[in-house]
Write a protein that binds this ligand. Structure first.
Ligand code: APR
Ligand code: PHB
Length: 389
């Protein structure tokens, strides 16, 4: 077997890359460790930057998003009692699209099926060989049988725990990490969203977020200590705590109901540099993790794929390596901007267990500054809705 681009991982990064390359006549093989059902059972964030919306349309995977997604022209930020709206439309004439990542992945699988792409599921023991030669080789097992193929390039789209990043020698990699001393408890419920747009709420009891998937499906999060377990949080306790952290007029409107999913996720920031080694490119969560506060995880994966797919198409159609040579630098420039935004929003909105009175006053001053300044809100909106590619 031989292909032009081997893609490790069938999450949103791998599927989108495969789709864009296939559409340009470049052959790919996607290797995914899990089953398709498992990949589609993962619940992740739900806010798409407009650049992401346009990339999904370009890939031929945007029709259901356009029909079922909700364009939002702003969102709310709350601090203890007070709440204000950042108006993306007024500042920038831009929206974000609220559409769950699980649905994005489903649509990408459907688009890949429609063009007959090769996706191998439940593969194990993927190993990358000869990455610094012109003809890398990929070996793996499936159903107990060993397989191998050669390719021109490998795209490592296999997430934070994948094998692609550690295939780059440790002495070449420079890794940057920040782990936050709390997690997010997320709850999905068949209840109407409390407002039409998202609410990010800072409170002395900790951060809370009101998000949604559709008019009858809400997604809420509250900051919790890392030592908490899901079993510690009955539905009743969760709703009480969420209400306590929201402005009173919002809490009064909150419709509660049984949870249909409940999980706790830790918050971290992570970047590895460079994102290319020989003929291996890292994309998405394989190269970087952001805390969910700015909803940048999927959006950064999509901007990586924008730079890499353009570079590979330029290479195959014009014989020009400029785009792939610039990939790591271009992708990282945008990633660090999104890292900064996610870190600053996380720092401004959460209660840190070791924070001093001074630290808390700084958080209050930062939120008050944002509330009072149109210039600050505009800059915030630019980052939230997505910096240009
Ligand atoms: N071999 C093959 N596949 C693997 C391997 C491996 N050794 N290790 C991991 N995978 C698969 C995982 O099962 C997963 O389906 O790679 C895929 C990686 O998908 P994601 O973790 O979703 O990462 P990515 O596609 O980069 O998506 C970007 O945005 O909001 C974030 O975390 C969120 O998933 C999201 C991401
Ligand atoms: C979500 O809807 O799951 C969501 C929305 C915004 C975030 C994080 C998660 O910042």
């Amino acid at each position: 077997m031989k292909t032009q681009v081997a893609i490790i991982g069938g999450g949103p990064s791998g599927l989108l890359l495969s789709q864009l390359l296939n559409k340009a006549g470049i052959s790919t093989v996607v290797l995914e460790r899990k089953s398709r059902d498992y990949v589609l059972s993962r619940i992740r964030a739900g806010v798409l930057e407009w650049g992401t919306v346009e990339m999904l349309r370009k890939a031929g995977a945007g029709a259901r998003m356009d029909a079922e997604g909700a364009a939002h022209g702003g969102c709310y930020l709350a601090s203890d009692g007070a709440m204000f709206r950042v108006d993306f439309n007024a500042f920038l004439g831009r929206n974000v699209m609220v559409y769950g990542q699980t649905e994005v992945t489903k649509d990408l699988y459907a688009a890949q099926d429609a063009i007959g792409a090769t996706i191998l599921h439940e593969v194990d023991d993927v190993v990358l060989h000869d990455l610094t030669t012109a003809s890398p080789r990929v070996t793996f097992t499936q159903n107990g049988q060993s397989h191998a193929f050669t390719c021109d390039f490998v795209a490592g789209c296999d997430g934070f725990h994948g094998i692609s990043r550690p295939s780059i020698p440790a002495e070449v990699r420079h890794e940057f990490e920040k782990v936050y001393p709390f997690g997010w408890l997320g709850v999905l419920s068949r209840t109407p969203p409390v407002r039409h747009e998202l609410i990010y709420a800072a409170h002395a009891r900790g951060f809370a977020l009101c998000s949604m998937r559709n008019p009858m499906l809400s997604r809420h999060y509250i900051q919790v200590p890392l030592t908490d377990r899901v079993e510690d949080w009955s539905d009743a306790r969760f709703w009480d705590e969420l209400k306590a952290r929201l402005p009173a007029e919002v809490a009064a409107d909150l419709v509660t109901g049984p949870s249909i999913e409940k999980s706790i996720a830790p918050l971290r920031s992570f970047v590895t540099e460079p994102m290319r080694w020989g003929r291996l490119f890292l994309c998405g969560d394989a190269a970087h993790i952001v805390p969910p506060t700015g909803a940048k995880g999927l959006n950064l994966a999509v901007s990586d794929i924008h730079y890499l797919s353009d570079g590979l198409i330029q290479f195959y159609t014009q014989g020009d390596p400029a785009g792939i040579d610039a990939y790591s630098e271009r992708a990282l420039a945008r990633i660090w901007q999104a890292m900064r935004f996610s870190w600053s929003l996380t720092t401004m909105m959460h209660r840190f267990p070791d924070s001093s009175d001074y630290d808390r006053r700084m958080q209050d001053a930062e939120l008050a500054g944002l509330m009072q300044s149109e210039a600050a809100q505009r800059a915030w909106a630019e980052n939230y809705t997505g910096l240009p590619y």
